[in-house]
Design a protein around this ligand. Structure first.
Ligand code: GLU
Length: 279
């Protein structure tokens, strides 16, 4: 059976952009007779709040979307720990002690433009902690907080240079493994990165089709590589367009897109929201 999911992060109130994404997932699930999962991505406890999770569930019910399965990442930490450990044991991660400030300063001194991303490269990292002497590394691990970064070069040696993820039409999207950069897989503060949790959840929940916004397209190669390393089956992907307001600005919480809760309080009906978004 086909399975897809809507996976919002409760860092604020659901807005029209999120509603659009949820409705695209619902429409796709109905059309393909697929099970629809709601995954509350509340892994980042520094930004996610239970009150937003609760409001999100209310808003989605109000919008008339029903889900076959509802899950919360905070209840699945054991699974993420196992996967992180598996990657550490495979020697494809290395501990990184750098602060964001240090990374930026080093990149600036090397004249690397950290905003200069390729289509796939998510973050530039100057490699400061990559080649630390074993003794120093072990000593620092005892005394300093650290993140776990993916060692792209080692991944390249394990899985080869070119990989490809597949879209829902079966088209292959080739990418160079070295282009994804040494992304953070285990975070210093909350232990697990978004990338790790998403990949574990999609595999463990048997998601066959990932429907999500175009803004996450650049994460897909990272997810594909993690699936390869962890021995998971890769889902097929559809990155939907991001809707914009009349001025062409993407609808997002940060850009003041109206919250569903506010629309609802102002008497807007769920039907009107659906229609205004083209459903
Ligand atoms: N939780 C992510 C977000 O709200 C989406 C994750 C995904 O669909 O892969 O942006």
């Amino acid at each position: 059976m086909k399975k897809t999911r809507f996976a919002p992060s409760p860092t604020g109130l659901l807005h029209l952009g999120n509603a659009y994404s949820a409705l695209v997932c619902e429409q796709w699930a109905k059309k393909h007779d697929a099970a629809l999962f709601l995954r509350v991505e509340d892994i980042d406890f520094t930004r996610c709040k239970p009150k937003f999770s609760k409001q999100m569930l209310d808003d989605l019910t109000w919008l008339g979307i029903s889900f076959d399965v509802v899950s919360f990442q905070q209840q699945r930490l054991v699974l993420y720990e196992q996967a992180l450990q598996q990657l550490i044991d495979m020697d494809v991660l290395y501990p990184c002690f750098c602060t964001r400030k240090q990374v930026n300063a080093t990149l600036a001194s090397q004249k690397v433009n950290r905003h200069l991303k390729t289509e796939h490269c998510l973050e530039a990292y100057p490699g400061t902690c990559k080649h630390l002497a074993t003794e120093l590394r072990q000593q620092q691990m005892l005394n300093m907080p650290y993140a776990w970064r993916l060692d792209c070069q080692t991944v390249f040696e394990r899985v080869g240079k070119l990989c490809a993820w597949q879209d829902v039409q079966g088209h292959k999207h080739l990418f160079n493994v070295l282009d994804i950069g040494d992304v953070i897989i285990g975070r210093k503060d909350i232990r697990f990165s978004y990338h790790l949790c998403v990949v574990v959840d999609d595999a463990e929940q048997g998601i066959t089709h990932v429907i999500r916004g175009e803004d996450l397209r650049s994460s897909t190669p990272v997810h594909h590589v993690l699936q390869r390393l962890l021995g998971y089956k890769s889902p097929q992907y559809l990155h939907h367009v991001l809707i914009t307001n009349n001025e062409g600005v993407r609808l997002a919480k940060s850009k003041g897109s109206p919250a569903l809760q506010a629309l609802r309080e102002n008497g807007v009906t769920a039907e009107q929201v659906r229609q205004s978004l083209g459903f």
